[in-house]
Design a protein around this ligand. Structure first.
Ligand SMILES: [Zn+2]
Length: 426
């Protein structure tokens, strides 16, 4: 192969292929999946302002949601009133370039021009600083990160694309996809311009926004979302990823299932009880060999959330548990549910009874070390707190009957009955 051909190939790899892979797919140095534990998510709208902007803004306003608009510089200049309205209603205005051009077709200076000119025309209209840039289609080249740094913008992509850009969308179906993918820190890619069909996006919002609200999510701007991001080092990221895979494998193997949505802090499995015989307050006995439901609390995630938010989240999950044990034949015949926990204030409030499990010294050591290790991966401050209070590392059995779960958390339960007075911790 002639030398010039090698040079051309090297240029293609260095200018397009590597940056596309590193930035668009690996998200290195790019905002795409912020680690947020609060129930916040971010709706973003590209390609506007355009045909559907006014309807999208109406839907957002009617449901108290804030969003981020990645507007195209040329269109912002053509329809300034829509950009001003969005900014005035508390939405964030970001850049989608001066024109809607793929970075694959741009020279390095063309890339710089897109970012600098885009920012200038957008800021001239909105009157607020543009902090984020989303390259059209997410396409990247080697000049893009340099141009973004030069124009004081962060490159921002998305974590979920419900595909509202496809023609002939059913708003119901689009809304269902949006709601099904709700998760803390999720960044949705949506559009308010570019084609005749975009009005389905506004209609889908009318359906999805109240449901997201019902699920406890707040739709915030990208800046607000990132302000809630938990900074985390690379080493801990790797450890958490490994831990997540192990946990998933363990759950699959033991047929443990999640209760409720992605935020759930509780898992359930059907097991044979192997602990000491215990007699609960209601008089019910639990003997070795009984079939019981085992509840697994996700202690590290609870610690990372902080006590108050974790308690609120578990309480919601207990309501999902009440529905599950009535609906799922796997659990319908079980009368007692138990778990092993190292914190007791929460479980007591939810109607659990605390019982000594009389673990062997070895089992206690393993449980303690496990907890300490997992905490160090997820929440070093939490670990320090725990080490000041070593008694909290003492694992105990927590038990609750089906009757108690249904009484407190079942569909008919009065809200007042669910939250009993806060007990002493310990
Ligand atoms: Zn676009």
């Amino acid at each position: 192969m002639p030398v010039w051909l090698w040079l051309v190939l090297a240029l293609i790899v260095l200018y397009w292929v590597l940056p596309e892979f590193a930035l668009h797919y690996l998200h290195i140095g790019v905002v795409a999946r912020p680690r947020v534990v609060e129930d916040c998510l971010c709706l973003t709208f590209d390609d506007g302002p355009g045909e559907a902007s006014a309807e999208v803004l109406d839907a957002l306003r009617d449901h108290g949601a804030k969003a981020t608009f990645f507007v195209v510089g040329g269109q912002a200049a053509a329809r300034p009133e829509l950009v001003r309205r969005a900014a005035a209603e508390g939405h964030e205005i970001a850049s989608h370039g001066a024109r809607h051009r793929s970075a694959w077709l741009l020279t390095p200076w063309g890339t710089f021009a897109q970012l600098i000119r885009g920012r200038r025309s957008i800021e001239a209209v909105s009157g607020a600083a543009v902090r984020f840039m989303r390259p059209p289609w997410g396409h990247m080249n080697a000049a893009m990160p340099l141009a973004a740094a030069g124009a004081s913008q962060r490159l921002a992509l998305w974590s979920y694309d419900p595909g509202d850009w496809r023609a002939a969308q059913d708003p119901q179906e689009l809304a269902r996809r949006i709601v099904d993918h709700a998760a803390p820190g999720q960044i949705y890619l949506l559009h308010d311009a570019g084609g005749d069909g975009r009005r389905h996006t506004a209609r889908a919002l009318e359906i999805a926004l109240p449901k997201l609200q019902e699920l406890g999510y707040a739709a915030v701007t990208l800046s607000e979302l990132l302000a809630k991001e938990e900074p985390i080092g690379f080493g801990r990221q790797v450890l958490q990823a490994i831990w997540g895979v192990w946990e998933l494998g363990f759950e699959r193997l033991n047929r443990i299932q999640r209760i409720g949505d992605v935020r759930s802090l509780l898992r359930i499995g059907r097991v044979t009880y192997r602990g000491l015989p215990v007699t609960l307050k209601s008089g019910r006995e639990v003997k070795p060999g009984d079939r019981v439901g085992e509840l697994h609390f996700r202690n590290p995630q609870m610690a990372a959330l902080g006590a108050l938010r974790a308690m609120a989240r578990v309480e919601r999950t207990m309501r999902d548990l009440a529905l599950l044990i009535e609906a799922d034949p796997r659990y319908r015949d079980l009368e007692v549910f138990f778990g092993i926990s190292v914190v007791f204030r929460g479980p007591r409030r939810w109607g659990f009874e605390i019982q000594d499990m009389q673990f062997t010294r070895w089992r206690r050591f393993v449980a303690g070390s496990y907890l300490r290790w997992v905490m160090s991966v997820y929440h070093p401050q939490g670990l320090e707190r725990l080490q000041h209070r070593r008694e909290m590392l003492e694992p105990k059995g927590i038990f609750i009957t089906r009757e108690e779960i249904l009484k407190r958390f079942g569909p008919g339960a009065a809200k007042a009955a669910r939250v009993s007075r806060p007990d002493e911790e310990g």
